[in-house]
Design a protein around this ligand. Structure first.
Ligand code: AMP
Ligand code: ZN
Length: 139
């Protein structure tokens, strides 16, 4: 198993270590889940890799494999049929805590849960095609 990378100043690393309390929902060798203390709705929880990293690209693949499985378990356990899974990277993308985390946010009604702005633009199909090829070539 790869070594767990930790940051002593990180609030979520402290939660994983048990140095600050959390309402723990799941705990395995690579993954930890707990209730969000500033919930957007009842059941709002966070699933994190135990490996410390700020954004998704900082986390090795082998530390991400269980995350969505746990998100799915939590959606089921909270009785959520309408919900959003959210993972913010970077300040302008609303990331506040610099340890990768996936939100599972139940959407029980219009008022509670995640509100999303979705400012779509119409796309030029030729440009999309070119861009698709460009991105694919870098993967
Ligand atoms: P983000 O904006 O994606 O970085 O979200 C950070 C989330 O962490 C917010 O929803 C906070 O309410 C939550 N949070 C911060 N500190 C704690 C904590 N000690 N325990 C549980 N959730 C926390
Ligand atoms: Zn951390």
């Amino acid at each position: 198993m790869a070594a767990i990378h930790s940051d002593s100043s990180c609030i979520f690393c402290k939660i994983i270590k048990g140095d600050i309390p959390s309402f723990k929902l799941f705990d395995s060798d690579k993954t930890y889940a707990f209730l969000d203390i500033g919930p957007l709705s009842k059941g709002h929880c966070l699933v994190i890799p135990k490996y410390h990293g700020k954004t998704l690209q900082d986390i090795p693949d082998e530390h991400l494999g269980e995350i969505l499985v746990v998100v799915k378990k939590l959606a089921t356990a909270t009785g959520s049929t309408n919900y959003n899974v959210l993972q913010n990277n970077g300040r302008i993308a609303h990331q506040v805590v610099d340890h990768v985390h996936f939100h599972m946010i139940p959407k029980p009604n219009e008022e509670e849960g995640l509100g999303v702005g979705w400012p779509t633009k119409s796309a030029d199909m030729e440009e999309l095609k070119k861009y698709c090829e460009e991105v694919k070539s870098k993967m």
